[in-house]
Design a protein around this ligand. Structure first.
Ligand SMILES: Nc1ncnc2c1ncn2[C@@H]1O[C@H](COP(=O)(O)OP(=O)(O)OP(=O)(O)O)[C@@H](O)[C@H]1O
Ligand SMILES: [Mg+2]
Length: 368
């Protein structure tokens, strides 16, 4: 969908912002660009919509060299979201969102109807449409920025640190919203951030840049975490690399065991519908009246990290597994979860090593 072939950008003052970048961004996926300040992320992003023109090499969108395209037409197919939203302060929220449809000549009524639809899509109340940007919170303004970028339904979305200026709680909400939107809309998204946790949560692939505009590694998050290409990448991923990897792996393929029968010390008490309510100590002095210790029922989509947490918190050392309706289906023991966590780590590392070996073997520039 978007491809960079041997692309460099030298600014007139002699700065090399991007250095011989070759990168393919798959259609319908989120590619996250990360790296320290000044490593060329924004420059890379802006070469996609031709706000910056490459000094050499080719950037293409949908198979077409951006330099051959009409810039205005190119940008109509590319939504752009920046930090602080960049809204027009003197226009209402609805009119901000309707900007591009109006430019496209949709007519006022249709453009506003579309804007109202988008307001709802990004989770804002309908009456906020009449307000002005300064009357919204920072997080709400960012949502408007996303709505505005999506207004003409462009296949490509460029996002430059869109959630960088909001607090961590709102940031997490906005990330969840983006993932929800993306599961419906399947845009080709290029997302820039400084925050590796954000990159791991959002990215289908993560591209790590080093100062001087060098791409160091581009891989799916799990692969990156399991086998960073070098010490720079490992350092960037941080000391909790292993934990992050576990947060990406789910419980789905971890087997369940039958719920402990009566006669065991810890009994899992359920509601009539079969929903886990808590653990009871059958050997305690209060017998059946003993207070319940909390249980956090886990679904297959929950992460191994959450499962490890819960297995440590659980007095029985077991996590309660439930189906989509919250009904108990079985339990899994702490050791089993540990074992899977270890295996997951080894597998991801092996897959990455194999891929590297294949790439090296098929690369004519590498001679044995
Ligand atoms: N118009 C310009 N003229 C000259 N140099 C520029 C220009 N724009 C950017 N640069 C330089 O190019 C390099 C890359 O800048 P860029 O904005 O792409 O980095 P970035 O990775 O987005 O940084 P940040 O994380 O701080 O946003 C930096 O050294 C920057 O100073
Ligand atoms: Mg930048």
């Amino acid at each position: 969908m978007i491809s960079f072939k041997d692309v460099s950008k030298h600014y007139p003052n002699g700065t090399t912002a991007v250095d011989r970048l070759s990168l393919e961004l798959p259609e319908g996926g989120i590619t996250v660009l990360v790296g320290t300040s000044g490593c060329g992320k924004t420059t890379t992003l802006r070469m996609v919509n031709r706000m910056v023109e490459p000094s050499s090499g080719t950037v293409s969108v949908g198979g077409r060299d951006v330099l051959q395209a009409d810039a205005a037409e190119l940008r109509r197919g590319i939504g752009y979201v920046i930090q602080q939203a960049g809204l027009f302060p003197h226009r209402t929220i609805i009119d901000n969102i309707a900007t591009v449809p109006l430019l496209l000549g949709w007519g006022r009524r249709k453009a506003r109807a579309r804007a109202a639809e988008l307001l709802e899509l990004v989770g804002l109340p309908a009456d906020s449409g009449k307000r002005y940007p300064h009357q919204l919170s920072g997080g709400q303004q960012q949502r408007v920025g996303v709505a505005r970028a999506l207004a003409a339904d462009p296949p490509v979305l460029l996002m430059d640190e869109p959630f960088g200026a909001v607090d961590p709680v709102v940031r997490t909400q906005l990330q969840n919203e983006l993932l929800r939107l993306q599961s419906e809309l399947r845009k080709t998204v290029v997302f820039v951030t400084h925050d590796i946790d954000e990159a791991v949560r959002l990215g289908d692939r993560i591209a790590i840049f080093r100062t001087g505009g060098h791409l160091v590694q581009c891989a799916p998050p799990a692969e990156l975490l399991a086998s960073p290409a070098d010490d720079f990448v490992a350092g960037f991923l941080g000391a909790e690399r292993g934990l992050k990897l576990l947060s990406l792996s789910t419980l789905a393929d971890v087997p369940q065991e039958p719920v402990p029968a009566d006669g065991q010390r810890w009994r899992l008490v359920t509601s009539e519908r079969g929903e886990p309510l808590g653990w009871r100590d059958a050997e305690g002095p209060d017998g059946d009246r003993a207070p319940l210790l909390p249980v956090r029922p886990l679904r297959d989509a929950d992460s191994l990290l959450t499962a490890l947490d819960e297995s440590l918190a659980s007095p029985a050392g077991l996590v309660a597994r439930v189906d989509a309706d919250g009904v108990l289906t079985g339990v899994t023991g702490r050791d089993r979860i540990h074992e899977h966590a270890g295996r997951r780590h080894a597998e991801a590392g092996r897959a990455a090593a194999l891929k590297n070996a294949v790439a090296t073997a098929s690369d004519p520039s590498v001679t044995a």
